[in-house]
Design a protein around this ligand. Structure first.
Ligand SMILES: Nc1ncnc2c1ncn2[C@@H]1O[C@H](COP(=O)(O)OP(=O)(O)O)[C@@H](O)[C@H]1O
Ligand SMILES: [Mg+2]
Length: 336
């Protein structure tokens, strides 16, 4: 076995391993440039590219860096007439209270970091000033950790009106929508015999490590609010939503909508990608019904992800048919 095959065999992350195997099956040659840094040169019919950390990089334009900053993303999108959550920014809890009023933001609002991911520090459904201040303090303490590593880390938190509707992730590759899922926050459904602990175990069983529902402070607080313990048996049919955010990395469900997303929302996603100048992007879009073409139906692009985790559109995560995104990515690179 050669060094590359040995290396691929040794990969523990199933998506990374699958990506490498799919490339080999499709005839891509792989050669180590620096094995110790996991840098591989890919070649196919005279084309060359790098695979770094088993990730294929598509977005190389400087514009793609704007997507890291959610406030900048919203500014650029709204200049093009794309709807984004109405919001403001603040650096202290007191300022947040003043700014919310000044910007006429109606409760419930959302407080979240300007540049983090995977639902980290996202506080939804804030109903009054004391919750607003508590959420600001929580985000600012996350920032303190980041700032100790990087003194240039932004100090502003986002405050936004909460957009009603369902949460979706739409993938755009080179001007086309290639996949779409609806994301549902982690919810336990009672069967009358399993404990909460067992329901969580069952939910996690088929999910790779990166997508597990972890029993943390939020899950414990939700259970407490519902007068439940990890050992409680949930009555048959009773549902408990244990997370506010719908991120799949936090135990959320992904339901395939690729064949159902309407022409209107495809256009919103494609226009958003073009506005930010990104070749491959995951767009978070909240709206009541993503299959509708009704121009009056409200929606908002929440944020855009420059290096989206496409595994949520593939098995075993996706419910429904799903899409082999890695194959489309490799093909897109081959046909560049
Ligand atoms: N203004 C908002 N209105 C409604 N839902 C929101 C809003 N902001 C965030 N969310 C919800 O929280 C999720 C996570 O927020 P997001 O800004 O995408 O953070 P992250 O970068 O951590 O994924 C979104 O996918 C969406 O479901
Ligand atoms: Mg997001």
């Amino acid at each position: 076995m050669n060094a590359i095959n040995r290396y691929i065999n040794s990969l523990e992350h199933p998506y990374k391993k699958n990506l490498c195997m799919e490339m080999q099956q499709m005839g891509v040659k792989m050669r180590f440039i620096a094995e110790q840094f996991r840098l591989i040169e890919l070649s196919y019919k005279g084309k060359k590219a790098y695979l770094y950390n088993e990730e294929l990089f598509f977005n190389t334009q400087p514009n793609s860096y704007f997507t890291i900053n959610k406030e900048l993303t919203k500014m650029l999108l709204s200049r093009q007439g794309i709807s984004t959550p109405k919001g403001t920014t603040a650096t202290t809890p007191q300022e947040a209270v003043q700014q919310r009023k000044k910007a006429h933001l109606k409760f419930p609002v959302v407080v979240k970091p300007i540049d983090l991911w995977k639902g980290m520090g996202v506080h939804l459904n804030i109903k009054n000033n004391s919750e607003l201040q508590a959420a600001m303090n929580a985000v600012l303490s996350l920032y303190t950790k980041k700032q100790s590593l990087n003194p240039e880390h932004p100090r502003h938190c986002l405050i936004e009106e909460m957009v009603p509707g369902n949460d979706h992730r739409v993938l755009v590759l080179r001007g086309k929508v290639i996949a779409c899922v609806m994301r549902i926050p982690a919810t336990l459904i009672g069967d009358g015999t399993s404990s909460i602990h067992e329901l969580i175990f069952a939910l996690n069983q088929d999910r790779p490590d990166a997508f597990q529902l972890i029993v943390d402070a939020e899950v414990r607080a939700t259970l407490k609010r519902c007068s439940l313990k990890l050992s409680s048996i949930l009555p048959k049919g009773q549902q408990v939503q244990v997370r506010a955010v719908a991120n799949i990395s936090q135990g959320g469900r992904a339901i395939d909508y690729t064949d159902r997303i309407s022409a209107r929302f495809k256009k919103v996603a494609i226009d958003s990608a073009r506005t930010l100048g990104v070749d491959f992007v995951g767009i978070d879009l909240v709206t009541e019904d993503i299959t509708s073409n009704n121009p009056k139906q409200c929606y908002a692009v929440i944020e855009m992800n420059n290096n989206p985790d496409y595994a949520i559109h593939e098995k075993p995560i996706v419910e429904g048919q799903g899409v082999n995104v890695k194959r489309l990515l490799i093909q897109a690179w081959m046909n560049k």
